[in-house]
Design a protein around this ligand. Structure first.
Ligand SMILES: [Zn+2]
Length: 326
């Protein structure tokens, strides 16, 4: 065979040719935008380690979401920061809680924007753990009741989907049962199925004031070295009724995303977490990287690994850049 017959560069010659043979195309439709809502009015409190991310009160959140909705981003993931916290996370399942108020306001203002709610207790507990504490341990089964009440309260307020992130065993089944018993059969569950005990959550804990007051979350979140275990976690959540499964974080777990994609047919989400965002922002602020190219390359990589849904704080910027084209 005369050298070289095969020249891969032929298909890279110009933008149109590259577009024609492109295997993975990132789209606005792939993005979900996580937002933090808190009590009060006219609040727009910057999260220091996440430039461009704020704690909003309900009124300013609506202002923030106008452009997000215009950009065609399909939905938001809502996190709440309550005024007061207690042992049993009362604010999480209070029908007048911050998240519940925000759901109603957002659905009224933007009926077509999907409002997905994070279902967990850590933002609402005085100890910062995701469940009920006894003798320094997070109790699994008593926590399920509170998670189910929280999800139900979100559904009652009008949430389009609930997303349990606590990593208690059996919580998807408990939430599914509670929703079904109260007439919310059509509210889907997006389960944080493989959520790792990751150092990449650091900036989020500032954003949500949810750092554990003692110990850490390693007795319930997954151990970072494990991938086969992630497949078991995903299978359990699917068996319990999860409609969408998630891997979190994304970048250090692209192999897990790929393995879940290969093993299951369910829609798969990946969470491009706060630490991943903060690193890009910090390097961009120093002028060390091209933020736009790095963000789009990262999100495309997450999609190429197998996630068709990407939760990312970059969502509005990414949507704008995708709209502008190359
Ligand atoms: Zn939690």
């Amino acid at each position: 065979m005369p050298f070289p017959v095969i020249r891969p560069r032929r298909l890279r010659a110009n933008p149109a040719m590259r577009r024609l043979v492109r295997e993975t195309v990132l789209a606005v439709d792939d993005l979900l935008y996580p937002v933090f809502v808190t009590y009060g009015r006219d609040v727009r409190k910057p999260v220091e380690a996440m430039p461009g991310v704020y704690n909003f009160s309900v009124d300013t959140l609506l202002e923030e979401l106008g452009p997000v909705n215009e950009l065609g981003i399909p939905g938001i993931m809502l996190f709440g920061i309550p005024e007061t916290k207690d042992e049993l996370a009362g604010g999480a399942y209070d029908d007048e809680g911050v998240v519940q108020q925000a759901i109603r306001a957002v659905k009224e203002e933007f009926p077509d924007l999907l409002v997905i709610t994070d279902v967990c207790l850590c933002e609402y507990t005085s100890h910062g753990h995701c469940g009920v504490i006894k003798n320094g341990c997070v109790l699994n089964d008593p926590t399920l009741d509170l998670l189910a009440r929280t999800a139900l309260s979100h559904a009652r307020a009008g949430a389009d989907m609930v997303a349990p992130s606590d990593m208690m065993d059996g919580r998807v089944a408990a939430i599914r049962r509670a929703l079904d018993e109260h007439g919310y059969q059509n509210v889907p569950i997006m389960a944080y199925a493989a959520k790792y005990a990751s150092a990449y959550y650091g900036p989020f804990r500032e954003a949500a004031s949810s750092a554990p007051q003692f110990g850490d979350r390693r007795s319930y979140q997954m151990d970072p070295p494990n991938a086969r275990e992630a497949l078991r976690e995903v299978r359990l959540d699917i068996d319990e009724g999860a409609d969408i499964v998630m891997v979190k974080p994304a970048l250090a777990y692209l192999d897990v995303i790929q393995r879940v994609r290969q093993a299951f047919d369910h829609p798969l989400a990946a969470y491009n977490v706060s630490g991943e965002y903060a690193m890009v922002k910090a390097a961009a602020q120093k002028g060390w990287i091209d933020e736009r190219r790095v963000v789009l390359e990262t999100l495309t990589g997450i999609k190429r690994a197998g996630a068709e849904i990407i939760l990312t704080y970059h969502a509005p910027d990414a949507a704008r850049w995708l709209q502008e084209g190359e």
